[in-house]
Design a protein around this ligand. Sequence first.
Ligand code: BES
Ligand code: MN
Ligand code: ZN
Length: 492
Amino acid sequence: MDFQIKNSAIITKQKTECLVVSIDSGKKQSDFVKDIDKSTNGLVSQLIKSGDISCELGKTTLLYSNNNLKQKLLFVGCGKAKTFGSVQAKTVIKAVIKELLAKKVKNIAWDLLAFNEVTSLEIAKQLPQIISDITYRFDDFKTTKDPVPSLTKVTLLIHDKEALSALTDHLLQGQIIANAITATKTIANMPPNICNAKYLAEQGKQLGKLHSSLKVTCLGESELAKLNMNAYLAVGRGSQNESIMTIIEYNGAKDKKAQPYVLVGKGLTFDSGGISIKPSAGMDEMKYDMCGAATVYGVMQAMAELKLPINVVGVMAGCENMPDGNSYRPGDILTTMSGTTVEVINTDAEGRLVLCDALTYVERYNPKTVIDIATLTGACIVALGHHYTGVMGNNDKLIAQLISSSNKAGDKAWVLPIDSEFQEQIKSTCADIVNAGGRDGGTITAACFLSRFTEKYQWAHLDIAGTAWRSGGKKGATGRPVAMLIQYLLDQ
Ligand code: BES
Ligand code: MN
Ligand code: ZN
């Protein structure tokens, strides 16, 4: 797919299959609309007046070419200019792309003149992401693949040369983010008989080969044992697949020793629940329990492509939770890498056990901030549904930054409190803490557990149980919260 930005005042002269024209609900229309109106002898303004071309947000009207105008015209309503922002821009782009794909249009030119500068930049950044989201298919395992409709060329028209370089930057950023989200989705969608911890490690190594700015290290069970990562190892003990922690280091800062931003992704390639086994309905979806690790992969790919002047360390904590004669059990007491002891109440609360050791491990990087990303609790879906990622942490500034990045990226997130009151729920009678704090406030008590292992740095926890994938007829990974995290790193 080819994107282009062109500085051109005369829309009707564009050699393209279809012109996309934005319509404002106010009386004033853009010069492009006036231009088209002339070429159609006033037809367009008449149709706007009669309401046959709708100005309503996201409503599209397609007109076919006539004698005066060789191109098709796709009008899209933008509502009131005053209330038009990034949310509205997304609605408009989605409506346009869906209509173009339905009508099998391949080549378009779109006027950005109608939008103010900020909104044009937003559109340039969102357009590649929305196109790749709508056209994404996971059909690697289908013997007959449905044809995927696609656009081949998109030209964005502007009338102000000065906007060109900023727009080009945003378009490129948008393409890199779109590719990162696609990479995350594809790894996350892989079935658990193929995607195990070793597969994650191989993906990481391959990414490292593509970019000299990335260094990839894999720690297998013997190395994890030497590090005393006993909680992590306990979770994988019932599985035939080796637990492997894959570390991707991106060096982009001038100062090689600059404190890195660290991302730690939960990489349970399958979570059966272990001895505290899950009910069978919907258990297939526990292949998505590695979406945190897949997110880390996508973000690291984007770091290498964006070439940001910062250092970032991404950890994919690969592991599988299975019932077996060798499995860890409820009642076991584990000594974590940090020395804190944990009484296992429920082997299905395995994510926090893998993460706690990975979070202790990353202390060695002297991190600027640490963000873990995990499909950690079903309770997060009860609290925030499938719309918002849950955000918790030990530093208000970091949390505020993450929420701001999430808003900018249109990748929603909401803060949950982790006051000391909740810590009561993870008290143990025979060890330092238990691994499951009961039903009430389950997302928060899981974060409380992690907070015991993150006291040495600024830390935030993203619970993506509700947002990382969709169930039912549209079952598949969403690629969230890749956009939010890339935005956070861009903002640094
Ligand atoms: N991976 C699950 C969380 C999950 C469940 C995410 C369903 C999305 C959908 C996690 O390992 C888990 O099983 N958590 C338990 C914790 C409980 C035992 C304290 C849960 O949420 O039930
Ligand atoms: Mn579990
Ligand atoms: Zn899990």
